[in-house]
Design a protein around this ligand. Sequence first.
Ligand SMILES: *Cc1c(COP(=O)(O)O)cnc(C)c1O
Length: 395
Amino acid sequence: MSSFHSLLPVDAEGYYGHFGGAYIPEILHSNIENLREAFYRYAGDEEFNRELDLLLRDYVGRPSPLYRANRLSEHYGTNIYLKREDLNHTGAHKINNALGSVLLAKRMGKTRVIAETGAGQHGVATATACALMDMECTVFMGATDVARQKPNVDRMRMLGAKVEAVQSGNRTLKDATNEAIRYWCCNPDSFYVIGSTVGPHPYPEMVAHFQSVISKEMRSQLLSQTGSELPDCVIACIGGGSNAAGAFYHFINEPSVRLIAAEAAGLGIDTEMTAATMKVGSEGIIHGSRTMVMQTEDGQIIEPYSISAGLDYPGVGPLHSYLATSGRSEVVAITDRQALDAAMRLTRTEGIIPALESAHALGVLDIMKFAPDQNIVLNLSGRGDKDLDTYLKNQ
Ligand SMILES: *Cc1c(COP(=O)(O)O)cnc(C)c1O
């Protein structure tokens, strides 16, 4: 029955080159095994996909537009198309994965969902999907983040989710993830929705699959707008890598398409205030997967820093470690200042206020030069309402 076929360079054990895998405690083995089986079964199941496609269309508002940004194109002397994930319900790409994952949880007969969140965007998306599908929802969030992301905490609570403030470590995303994994070990009947292409196999593959609708739409939209399904270049920002994975997915096996990943340099990659994992990190294991990690020589995780809460993660998905080290993708580090300036430029040329995360992708346009006949697709992963305070304070 199942006809699922991944386009990713991933093997049966979840390795992308030598990155990935599933480094998990014994107690989670059967959980992960069940999830893997269910994912492959339902990803190729017609009924499941019909239900998900309908939700993506009528609930999320897909397909999200591919918008030719004329004034921005003129400014940079090339052709820039924005993939408008900012127009999705809940304001970012994260809802694509949350709906797919919670629908899968439902099919698996689960009634309880857990999630981790940093800035709260994934928490809100998961709480939204859980309200829609009548699931109990608990979101783990570092206590520091609970205090500084109050509007999203309020949203999650309004949606019926329980928000657990995590008191360990720096009380941010990494600590929330540790706590979610710990809870999952004690409550294996719950379904863990991970918010990015990170974690043990099959999560990176599964989240990339649910986000791959982004590049699927790009191809047909490009065909009707430019006459070719292929752009010259796709640009996306990278926290854990899910919006980039979705934007790259259907182009990975098209060597003529350049894939450019923008990570957060923070105050600069030569400072200690950075989150540019692929620039300053080294191979290690974080949250169940072998990948690039920001760590000391003896393997202690280094606290990341970025002005953007969604990019402030000390790891990156194994797919991106593989794409970058094999030369398939190019990684650019964008500083806080470059992102802030790029956000202002988009706002004033196109009337679109981007999420701070997406502003890092926009920052690439100031660093790399593209030719007048080239078509550049930039994934605008989310809207900037949540970042207004930061923008106005840092003008
Ligand atoms: C969470 C988030 C990101 C970063 O996560 P990825 O998994 O790397 O996509 C980027 N943009 C927005 C708007 C986000 O909310």
